[in-house]
Design a protein around this ligand. Structure first.
Ligand code: ZN
Ligand code: ZN
Length: 754
């Protein structure tokens, strides 16, 4: 080797999701292509490499390193420092460095890639028809990892030894399967079997074909996917869907759909580019969009549908084998339990629901439910709006904090997710679910243990952040936790802090608006429509709220919109307004009025969720709800169909009784349900925006943060955001984590860190 003056050497540290996604072979191929010598290896913090050669070659190598990274990789930073020339003869992939405390990011699960999908369909290919085909660009990651570093021996694939052909590909740096940890083939890897009545009916290709035919005939099949079991049936067969509802005890909550192709998805829902980008992204989430077809049994009383594309090779094979072109694909569980992911457990819990089980032999290390996402226009362009953050996203970090202390934030009890802060990075777990049921509570504990173990965090160093509510399962778990220190964080402050953290706003003074169902306030009252002023680091002071009302009957007020209405309108005037058509209330309303008047089991609340329920009741939704947010969703959809509305009112004092009486007056004067619903949305948006902009002027703030589950209502969110922006202010909303309680853990972690 001759070293010329032009020979240049650099060391590069690449951080982000760069392990298990084909990054080293990518570097290797690049080095060969550019004639660069050196080495690359996986270290505890990411990928490290040394490159030397002619100066222009090294420059080109570095440029392509940044611009051509593999699709599944996320490069957070790429640090280049000059190094001494070592006079190396070639470029090589070296063994991983000894393990320090791991900070390398774990890749989320990836959908099957194009190359694998076509190999799988090519007769004569080594993996023809193989449901577990994968490569470094695709396949399971988070759902099979038992420990770090990410190596086959630490995944659920450790039980399968590679055959000679797979081993050769695994060892070849120029192969797409170089160090693809879950690599397997029909000769050496796991398979699928179809089980019914406790017996295995058939295996592999035959099992998949048989399952497809059962689905065609209207059967319900439990299908093991990446992060758990789904229950599948033909979405265009009302009888099959009805049977699924009855067996699953799921009255009206919409089911998600899976279709084989993007064209099929386009025929089902109205999509813009933003929807299609999400639908076809490697995360393969469920995307919510307005329906084009009537599948009312899939989503009763709901004009949106949740659609996803196949995420695993198995799904593709099912469609290839003639499964119905639109499948219901709902998380396999009973009602509100978390998704089943272990075979034995699935057999027990889904007994009587599934006619058969398509059981994959590869174990799932942890349950990872499907993610749900929609699209909004805040800020003048369409952007993703997370509803449920899980498969494909977890456990990626969502933000950075200036804190070296490990923090575990346990979230709230509904839509629970937890966060772990390691060296300033906030890793947010997959969606866990509603706590308070044995299965979900178990999932919660497992997830906490899991994150701590994987990132090597010692409990004695840990600060645990939890909600203020002493009765929350999450709070009680935090109390029982053997941690160094604990801190309680108020629910709505955590909501506001979650938005600020996502946007890196730590010191800016802002107005924070949190509209949601309920959360315990500083004063022991039930809050839910709150205004704050301050900064994340300096503290968020509560400066206002929706005017409080007295809710009768405890939790029942959250299930019965008519009962919530009584909380606002229990005066003579209110009751009288409700005696005349077209606003006729059921008996429950009048009984609830008596409860308020006698102070029976009443509590004060500023909840925006209850206000929406009450408005829905005025517009005709007077039956009990069967899932959280149902009445509000109904009201929003009615409003979307309106041709116009009377002029909205603007009431910065946010007096619910005033708004509701005016709503009743419109209905009584002959304004239609849809137009009245739209009037309510516009009026509430105008009132919330008026309060927020007033506070911004008073406290000299330039930014308004909008958060809380009620802001999942896009009509309200975009309405408030537009008015805030019209006033010359900036509106910020949640993007990476949900605005609902699924995002609380991020805010808790951030407030605990300052
Ligand atoms: Zn692949
Ligand atoms: Zn093999």
């Amino acid at each position: 080797m001759t070293l010329t003056d032009e020979t240049r050497a650099v060391r590069v540290g690449v951080r982000g999701v760069v392990q298990g996604v084909g990054f080293r072979p990518f570097v290797y191929r690049l080095a060969h292509a550019e004639g660069v010598r050196g080495w690359v290896l996986n270290g505890p913090a990411g990928v490290s490499l040394h490159a030397e050669g002619a100066a222009e070659a090294v420059d080109r190598f570095l440029e392509r390193l940044r611009s051509e990274a593999p699709a599944a990789a996320t490069v957070a930073s790429c640090e280049v420092t000059p190094a001494a020339v070592e006079g190396l003869a070639r470029f090589e992939i070296r063994h991983s460095e000894e393990r320090g405390a791991p900070t390398a990011r774990i890749s989320p699960d990836l959908c099957v890639c194009e190359a694998c999908a076509s190999e799988m369909r090519e007769a004569g290919d080594h993996r023809f028809g193989y449901a577990y085909i994968n490569c470094t660009n695709c396949g399971p990651r988070y759902s099979i990892i038992r420990d770090l570093p990410y190596d086959r021996a630490t995944t659920t694939m450790r039980a399968w030894d590679l055959c000679a052909r797979c081993a050769e590909q695994y060892a070849d740096p120029l192969d797409r399967r170089f160090h693809a940890q879950p690599v397997a083939c029909p000769a050496c890897g796991p398979g699928y079997r179809l089980v019914a009545g406790g017996r295995t009916l058939c295996r592999d290709g035959e099992a998949i074909a048989r399952a497809a035919s059962m689905l065609r005939e209207g059967g319900i099949v439990a299908v093991k996917g990446i992060g758990g079991y789904h229950l599948a049936c033909d979405a265009r067969n009302p009888g099959a869907v009805r049977a699924l509802r009855e067996r699953k005890f799921r009255k009206e909550k919409p089911f998600a759909l899976m279709v084989g192709t993007l064209e099929e998805a386009r025929s089902l829902v109205q999509m813009e580019d933003a929807h299609e980008r999400l639908l076809t992204s490697v995360a393969r989430p469920i995307v919510l969009a307005v329906a084009r077809v009537d599948l009312s049994w899939v989503a009763p009383g709901n004009d949106s549908l949740g659609v996803m594309l196949p995420s695993t090779p198995l799904h593709l094979l099912l469609f290839d084998e003639g499964a119905p072109r639109t499948l219901v694909m709902t998380s396999a569980n009973r009602s509100s339990e978390p998704i089943a992911y272990e075979d034995a457990d699935a057999f027990v819990r889904l007994d009587g629901i599934a006619d058969a089980f398509l059981v994959g032999e590869r174990p799932i290390a942890r349950r990872v439910d499907d993610s749900v996402i929609s699209v909004d226009r805040v800020g003048g362009r369409t952007q993703p709006f997370m509803i449920r953050r899980s498969r494909g996203y977890a456990p990626l970090p969502v933000a950075s904090l200036e804190s070296d202390r490990p923090i575990l934030a346990v979230g709230a009890d509904l839509k629970n997710a937890i966060a772990l802060v390691v060296r300033g990075e906030v890793f947010v777990s997959q969606h866990i679910g509603d706590l308070g049921e044995a299965e979900t509570d178990r999932a919660f504990r497992e997830t906490a243990e899991d994150l701590l173990r994987m990132y090597g965090v010692k409990r004695r160093d840990l600060l645990v952040a939890h909600d203020l509510h002493p009765e929350y399962v999450s709070t009680r778990s935090a109390m029982a936790f053997d941690a160094a220190e604990r801190v309680g964080v108020q629910h709505h402050r955590a909501h506001v802090a979650s938005v600020l953290t996502e946007h890196g706003l730590f010191d800016e003074r802002v107005v924070g608006v949190a509209l949601d169902g309920t959360g315990l306030g500083d004063d022991g009252a039930i809050w839910g429509g709150e205004f704050f002023v301050g900064s994340l680091r300096g503290g968020l002071e509560r400066v206002g709220s929706i005017r409080p009302a007295s809710m009768p009957g405890g939790d029942a007020a959250a299930r019965h919109p008519a009962q919530a209405l009584a909380g606002y309108l229990h005066t003579e005037e209110g009751v009288a307004a409700l005696l005349a058509a077209p606003v006729e209330m059921p008996r429950r309303y009048f009984d609830a009025v008596q409860m308020v008047r006698h102070g029976v089991r009443c509590f004060e609340t500023t909840s925006a969720g209850r206000l929406f329920d009450a408005a829905a009741a005025v517009c005709g939704f007077v039956r009990p709800i069967s899932f959280e947010g149902q009445a509000a969703i109904w009201l929003e959809q009615a409003a979307r169909l309106a041709s116009g509305s009377p002029d909205p009112v603007r009431d910065p004092s946010l007096d619910p009784a005033g708004l509701l009486l005016a709503l009743i007056a419109h209905r009584t004067a002959g304004v239609g349900v849809r137009e009245a619903a739209l009037w309510f949305h516009r009026s509430l948006a105008a009132s919330v925006a008026a309060r927020a902009t007033g506070l911004a002027a008073e406290h000299a703030c330039g930014t308004v943060a909008l958060t809380g589950g009620v802001f999942q209502n896009d009509l309200l969110l975009s309405g408030v955001a537009r008015l805030v922006e019209d006033a010359g202010l900036r509106a910020v909303v949640n993007r990476s984590v949900p605005a609902n309680d699924g995002g609380i853990c991020l805010g808790q972690a951030a407030l605990a860190s300052v």
